[in-house]
Design a protein around this ligand. Sequence first.
Ligand SMILES: *Cc1c(COP(=O)(O)O)cnc(C)c1O
Length: 461
Amino acid sequence: MHYVSTRGGMAPIGFAEAVLMGLATDGGLLVPERIPRVSTETLQRWSSLRFQDLAFELMTLFVDGAVPAPDLRDLIERSYASFAHPEVTPVVDVAGLRILELFHGPTAAFKDVALQFLGNLFAYLLERDGGTLNICGATSGDTGSAAIYGVRGKPRISIFMLHPKGRVSPIQERQMTSVLDANVHNIAVRGSFDDAQRLVKELFNDLPFKSEFSLGAVNSINWARILAQMVYYVYAWGQVSGGDPEHGVSFSVPTGNFGDVFAGYLVKQMGVPINRLIIATNRNDILTRFVNTGVYALGEVYQTLSPAMDIQIASNFERYLYFLFDGQPERVRERLDALRRERRLEVDASDLARVRHDFDAVAVSDPETLAQIRQTEAVSGYILCPHTAVGVAAGGAREDVICLATAHPAKFNAAIWQAIGRDAPLPPPLQGLMDLPTRCLELEADAATLKAHMRDTLASV
Ligand SMILES: *Cc1c(COP(=O)(O)O)cnc(C)c1O
């Protein structure tokens, strides 16, 4: 399997190179050159596999020999050994509603499913092929801690994670700063999340610095993250259908950067019987407006109770455009140019019909989110995190739906308290967090200061 850029400006590359590259060299995103179809016999067999064995079989189709089979198996086993549930991502029944719990990893959010694997994969490839990697990123919440847990203690990798000082939730801050491994460097930036993100961009735009220090990213554009997320869609279908190829299911997916639901789209293209993929957004509804009108128009970003979805420009959307436009990069480039020029892009009626064939989309307000948390708790005692509640409110009424639960509710207890007047109990990984020692450096929002800090830190190891 080879990988190409959505913008067409790159010769095809193999899986290992695609993972280490992250963003394509022409600024596009890397996509598999074709999506393999799986037979109904294969699907039937897959439906009875344990999560790790299914992950191995599915990933093998995309890894295509770049990692020898025994090594891939070992990477997968190690990545999911850190999950607290024996099924890794179980489907639970909540008073007739099906919930796919994706939050049993070490940071209690769905990003662990991909980042536990990505961390191990990075370490494996660097060990095998040589080199080092200094991951640098900015976070307003879940990604930072999941990335840190993915690479803590790994040889040949360091991570510099920036967060806006005092502006991430106390639990999320502690999840990051209580990791004391020598290769983990937390930086509290005096400024906003946008300031932190701008700093990281400046670093990546300084090409000599980027190559001298082998800077890398773990954001949701990395192909391996999408790949790891495909597994639980197939797993959940298998659990619910028992492998019956006539038994289709739908998924309601709390959506921000479009990475999660895009993984579901690929699984559907592979032939897994998926009826509908429901894009559930909060007040930041650019994707919902797109599905309903064919116009993708940038607006402002609103703060909501589901902060991991407070995103205007969905970074994985470009990957979908590539497949919507039948793999014609010139059409992708043309629409992206329009987006840059006019802050909007539009697709024609026949393309819009295809979009609607692939997706439904629903925007859910904060009051509706709180009402959903309250209602589900009242009928079942089960507490939804606010992101999950957006998904349940958007798609829960459908008979065939499986709702993705993207975080443990205790990570968002301010919203839970608002909804039901009490906290969600802390799961084991979040217990005692506030008493742990921490390490974190505070810096001005200034690129030169940050670069000097990274130089000093990396020179001393
Ligand atoms: C990241 C995240 C999302 C959004 O996922 P995307 O892949 O960005 O669409 C939803 N819920 C939670 C809790 C998250 O951390």
